[in-house]
Design a protein around this ligand. Structure first.
Ligand code: M6P
Ligand code: ZN
Length: 194
């Protein structure tokens, strides 16, 4: 094996802020505003009001460090707290295009739920809290949900060829929804699951 820097990436130490999710240096960054996530939430009336009253807030942002020619890349997702009609802010959720590639989520701060679903419809949840490193097996859909009152910040590590397959989850939703209760959250069946 050659370590020619033209064909293999060089070692790097990347700074990650566990409270803000800032990554330095970073190679990419995007934000998701609430208005882009209408399909996810059950209560569309509450959704439309929330977007307007809250001035279309940033719901989550993703920063990445992607070395050239590497089999790994990583970054952070920072999810802001909030809910729409009692349903906590969540990511879109996806399968990977590559069905043989999983992912790792390591929670840095905040509290949440990682909602997982296999192709044959088995649901699992993993509690997200500082110190918990979640293993997402290949071919399990995954969506994260901020159930706390602070930003939920986690580091993810994946293969850059894994790809995102949003189609199925967007079309039919996931089988479970995470709902706010007086002192926490509840997991309920998604009645609009198609
Ligand atoms: C995690 C990773 C990213 C993903 C992001 C947001 O950070 O899995 O690959 O893009 O969450 O999730 P989604 O793309 O489902 O909105
Ligand atoms: Zn993923």
């Amino acid at each position: 094996m050659s370590t020619d820097p033209v064909s293999t990436p060089l070692p790097a130490g990347i700074e990650i802020n566990s409270v803000t999710g800032a990554v330095h240096p970073a190679t990419g960054h995007y934000v998701k505003r609430l208005s882009e996530l209408r399909a996810l939430f059950q209560d569309k009336d509450a959704f439309d009001i929330a977007v307007q009253e809250r001035d279309d807030p940033v719901t989550y942002e993703v920063v990445e460090y992607r070395p050239d020619r590497s089999d790994l890349f990583f970054g952070t997702t920072t999810m802001y707290p909030g809910h729409v009609g009692g349903e906590f802010y969540m990511t879109r959720g996806h399968f990977h295009e590559r069905r043989d590639m999983g992912e790792v989520y390591y929670t840095q701060s905040g509290l949440g739920i990682l909602l997982l679903e296999s192709r044959d419809g088995i649901s699992r949840i993993i509690e997200m809290k500082p110190g918990v490193c979640a293993f997402i097996p290949p071919d399990w859909a995954h969506r994260s949900v901020n159930t706390g009152s602070e930003p939920l910040v986690f580091v993810w590590v994946c293969n850059p060829n894994a790809g995102h397959d949003y189609g199925d989850i967007l079309k039919r939703g996931m089988r479970k929804r995470i709902i706010k209760t007086k002192d926490g959250f509840n997991i309920i069946d998604n009645i609009t699951y198609a």
